[in-house]
Write a protein that binds this ligand. Sequence first.
Ligand code: MG
Length: 386
Amino acid sequence: MKNVVLLGSTGSIGTSTVKVVEDLPDRIRLLALAAGNNSELLLDQARKHQPAAISISEPAKAQALRDAVGTAIEVYSGNEGLLKLATLPAADIVLIAIVGTAGLQPALAAIRAGKDIAVASKEILVMAGEIVMNEARQHGVRVLAVDSEHSAIFQCLDGKPASFVRKLWLTASGGPFRDAALWPKEKFSEITVERALKHPSWVMGRKITIDSATLFNKGLEMIEARWLFDVEMPRVGVVVHPQSVVHSMVEFVDGSLIAQLSTPDMCLPIQYALTYPDRAASDRVQTDFPKIGCLTFEEPDPERFPALSLARRAGEIGGTLPAVLNAANEIAVEAFVNRRINFPQITATVSATMAAHSVVAHPTLKQILEADAWARSETGKITNGK
Ligand code: MG
């Protein structure tokens, strides 16, 4: 039985994780659950799964939860609650699916407490990949990927060292504006929030859906891959694959390529992270090749999607620049969703913030968080001026 701490239990990844746990009651136990604002769903989950502890962001909501769950479940709140849950002595693995930077400290706390971590929050490796991977090596714990692409690469690598790799190929659906005939560059400024929120193959949270439309999501994944698999940025490639059946590929030095395929369902990479190194029987995911018919691949368009080259530059220069890219993008997406800037201005704003940043090489966590705060304020100034 694996004891899982789930940080971010009410979001898209969190609810899929709960489904996986329900599929495998003999293998996985939800030891603890943390949620942001949705205390009603957290309460439902707690009643059903009877974890040892739960935590809610807002301290004001903790008392009502305490009254509702009784004494068998400890109730915590805030960042302190996340740290408490991430380091519970009985925890085997901590799955971090919290939006934003709030997952960073609990991830490091879990590693230092000797726990394996499963990472769904991109910020953790994008902002602090070097620190997180170094700490994981020092403490002898695993950093497992929950993202479908990184899970695919992890499965394809199957323990082979980076020296066997010619290139990692992340696949991208291309998002809703992939088709250059339907969406030429001139039309990008007319893209509405509603249109950008319609993703062709995945149902996800709002921020990540916009990131899939700009391809910033893939850019962040490139930086994550660089750290998770210890390869330099030039060995991380992106290919557009609209069917989202090939989840990613590894090209080995002998020219052989290994890919991982299935119909898209986030439950699969989540289950693999939670059952690794085992494979657990589940009927949830079925792949029908004749029905899929064909799989196609194309080059990403750098003109319409400059996010990829911005992310490549951030990953190559490293230091505090990936944290700046990430924070600037978060603020720019918020400004787009609130209709203060148009769609192409998301990448333009990120680019301007990156250009204004003085990069700190091999930063400490404190310097990373300072760069994050600086980028938020700088991007805020730019987007508020529009
Ligand atoms: Mg992904």
